[in-house]
Ligand binder design. Structure first.
Ligand code: PRX
Length: 651
């Protein structure tokens, strides 16, 4: 990665304020403690959980297979709920639920426990046993969390499939996990209208033979749904009549907790498989430290859907173990207005907001008038996850949403890592906008070159993890071979995350996107992320996606797709394009100057908000656009293609 050293440097640094540092959960001593005795450090964090029986051994590591807290016994659902109720916190609100149509519910820990016990008894009546797999395909409503915790309570594995996935994706996941029960809803609310889920299950189950015995259907919208009384059961018919008594059984620390599918860049989705003790230890520890949770006073809001790992670790398990009060919102950020998120922050006096760069850039595009119309002064900490956050978006987030006073935690992790891995500690770390900074205490990360040699400061390469961590995936469901091959074969003995990264002069880690997002232009490696960040730092640009298109002269040529920012007057067409090219040239260097820039209204994104550069590359190279079924909006590609055809070519 020869030229990475020459790429843009972000010199702004934001040290923690003395006021925040004085009250922070985290201290710098955590790093020393973990460095002195890593296993002792994690054992201490595990003590925070309720164990029915303590472990005999902290770690058994037979690379690449790890077992944590061997011999220990615990129950995930008990740790999330029973414990708080037994210790007198039953009246605390667990969820302030805000439905898209405006219906709202405050659900206490005692109520959650009551609901989970009844749902558990219903699962037992349906014959679900420990070790069985249950697919959950629900909108973002509290019952989705209830369903997950009911499974965990009896040791059944949940496999949550995001409610936006098609019948095709659904049946692939149901069959890969061999699920015997599907929990769903008639539908949910999105963009001001009810959408249907149940017919998609029916379509999925008709596609391939499967072992699903029952479909449990929660009534959310009241819409008409096809009903097959041989296998379908209404939630209210079976759950409501159950006893509210259920004593949790304790399972081994390594008892499977869930499977969550993540789409590989190619090929069939991978069933990432997590177990109990280590996962709960690391999710709850990181949630306490990185989000500085004060459960008696904070109102925390992670905007992720339960269908993603962020929803698992930082809506369900981490926050509930910590007794957090949180907001859960069913709908989209622009319904009924583009100020919806800010309206909810104001309504519940949210103190901690955790969201994704794609939403932050969307807010930038919409303009400041929406956040400015609301009182956001309750916010005291902001988080970012899912993609590298461009420095300009980071600054905007801090200034416009956080009123210039909130620390920002840019958290790097993956479905596979289960919990946060690289992130600032608020109150401790002086942050650089756009950098996730350093590995958390107890986590060992390196940046290595092609030969697996660890690089020093000022160099770029591949991000690897060098020691097992408690919440690491225990495998890919059904394929140990694929697990070894995907994560452990590229660099001997090290976990290869698939991300490019660089260490700056001070040793801060900068994530550069997936390694397949690195361009090779005239022999220089240039990260798409850095060119995107440079474009986004231009006052007229809200969002940018950059790809390398095959070029006879330079190997690859840089092609950029940009969305302009609302409310800012700009020079028109060709002038603006010239200006943007000059901007990147000045900011990063002439080598990074895009050869072509196209202004678009939308970018192709997956439902989890990641830009699908592969499709943009197809457009830039004049190929038929590849498989776009995982796009949140499949029409976007047509719009972009027609725009490109009519655009001016390279200058
Ligand atoms: O490329 C990294 C990017 O998202 C990938 C993991 O995606 P997923 O399993 O869907 O989990 C997303 C939520 C944890 C990573 O390999 N990524 C995630 N967080 C960041 C990030 N890239 C840069 N900075 C981040 N903070």
């Amino acid at each position: 990665m020869s030229s990475l050293e020459n790429l843009s440097r972000e010199d702004r640094t934001f040290p923690p304020s003395p006021e925040f540092a004085a009250q922070a959960n985290a201290t710098a001593a955590l790093y020393d403690e973990a460095a002195a005795d890593r296993l002792g450090f994690w054992a201490k964090q595990a003590e925070y959980l309720h164990w029915d029986k303590k472990w005999d051994q902290v770690l058994d590591w037979k690379p690449p297979f790890a077992k944590w807290f061997i011999g220990g016994k615990l129950n995930a659902s008990y740790n999330c709920l029973d414990r708080h109720v037994l210790e007198g916190r039953g009246d605390r609100v667990a969820f302030y639920f805000e439905g898209e149509p405006g219906d709202a519910r405050a659900i206490t820990y005692a109520q959650m426990l009551h609901d989970v016990k009844k749902a558990t008894n219903a699962l037992i009546e349906l014959g679900v046993k420990s070790g069985d797999r249950v697919a959950i395909y629900m909108p973002m409503i509290p019952e989705a969390a209830v369903a997950m915790l009911a499974c965990a309570r009896i040791g059944a594995l949940h496999s949550v499939v995001f409610g936006g996935f098609s019948a095709d994706s659904l049946i692939t996941r149901i069959n890969d996990a061999d699920a015997t029960l599907v929990i769903t809803a008639d539908g949910g609310f999105r963009k001001g209208a009810a959408f249907a889920l149940k017919p998609i299950i029916d379509e999925a189950l008709a596609m391939e033979p499967n072992n699903v015995r029952n479909v449990l259907v929660f009534k959310r919208t009241g819409q008409e749904v096809p009903f097959n009384s041989a296998i379908d059961i209404w939630w209210h018919d079976i759950v409501d009549r159950q006893s509210a008594e259920h004593t949790a059984e304790f399972f081994d620390a390594e008892h499977p907790l869930f499977i969550l599918y993540t789409s590989g860049t190619t090929g069939k989705p991978k069933g990432i498989f997590h177990t109990t003790g280590g996962y709960l230890t690391q999710t709850s520890f990181t949630h306490r430290m990185v989000f500085d949770i004060k459960p008696e006073k904070d109102v925390y809001w992670c905007t992720a859907d339960i269908g993603w790992i962020t929803g698992h670790s930082y809506v369900v398990y981490g926050p509930l173990i910590n007794g957090t009060t949180q907001v859960m919102y069913e709908g989209t950020p622009d319904t009924p207005t583009k100020g919806r998120i800010f309206e909810i922050v104001e309504k519940y006096k949210v103190t901690i907001l955790y969201t994704a760069p794609t939403l932050i850039r969307t807010w930038m595009k919409w303009g400041e008038e929406f956040p400015k119309a609301h009182n956001l002064t309750s916010l005291r900490l902001l988080g970012s996850v899912g993609e590298p956050i461009n420095p300009e978006a980071w600054i905007w987030y801090r200034d416009v949403i956080g009123g210039g006073k909130c620390p920002i935690v840019d958290t790097w992790w993956q479905t596979e890592t289960g919990a946060l891995m690289i992130s600032p500690l608020p109150g401790v770390t002086a942050c650089k906008p756009g950098s996730a900074m350093r590995a958390l205490p107890g986590i060992s990360a390196q940046v290595v070159n092609d030969e697996a040699v660890a690089l020093g400061n000022g160099s770029g390469g591949y991000l690897v993890l060098t020691e097992p961590w408690p919440s690491m995936l225990r495998g890919i469901w059904g394929s140990d071979e694929r697990y070894q091959e995907t994560y452990w074969s590229r660099f001997e003995g090290k976990y290869f995350a698939g991300d490019g990264a660089k260490l700056d002069e001070d040793g801060a880690i900068w994530l550069l996107g997936r390694v397949d997002d690195v361009m090779l232009v005239s022999g220089h490696n240039i990260s798409t992320t850095e060119v995107e960040s440079s474009l986004v730092s231009h006052p007229n640009v809200a969002e940018a996606a950059v790809v390398g298109a095959t070029d006879a002269m330079t190997g690859q040529a840089i092609v950029a797709f940009v969305i302009l920012r609302g409310g800012i007057p700009s020079v028109g067409g060709d002038e603006l394009i010239k200006d943007l090219k000059a901007h990147v040239s000045k900011h990063i260097g002439p080598i990074a100057r895009p050869s072509r820039i196209l202004v678009v209204n939308e970018l192709p994104k997956t439902r989890s908000g990641k830009i699908m550069r592969r499709l943009l590359r197809d457009v830039a190279e004049n190929r038929a656009v590849g498989d776009s079924t995982t796009l949140a909006d499949p029409h976007v590609m047509k719009l972009i293609q027609s725009g490109l055809a009519s655009s001016t070519s390279d200058d």
